[in-house]
Design a protein around this ligand. Structure first.
Ligand SMILES: [Zn+2]
Length: 70
């Protein structure tokens, strides 16, 4: 599970597209689950705007991915 680094719907890799408009749509084990704003977010959460929450910076998400292996 690479939560926070890819869109959970279309699997767009935000590490390769840091300017993507990723938004928080769910949580999984304290990780933010992200999806692209719009169609992907609507599929993931039922709302095109996702949750009212700001995603962590990409660098922070990558750091957590590298250290959290629970
Ligand atoms: Zn997407």
């Amino acid at each position: 599970m690479i939560s926070g680094l890819v869109c959970i719907v279309c699997r767009a890799d935000y590490r390769n597209a840091p300017d993507s408009d990723a938004i928080v749509v769910a949580h999984h084990n304290d990780h933010q689950m992200l999806a692209c704003r719009g169609v992907c977010a609507r599929m993931a959460s039922g709302s095109a705007a996702g949750l009212d929450e700001t995603p962590l910076p990409l660098a922070e998400r990558m750091r957590r991915h590298g250290t959290d292996r629970s």
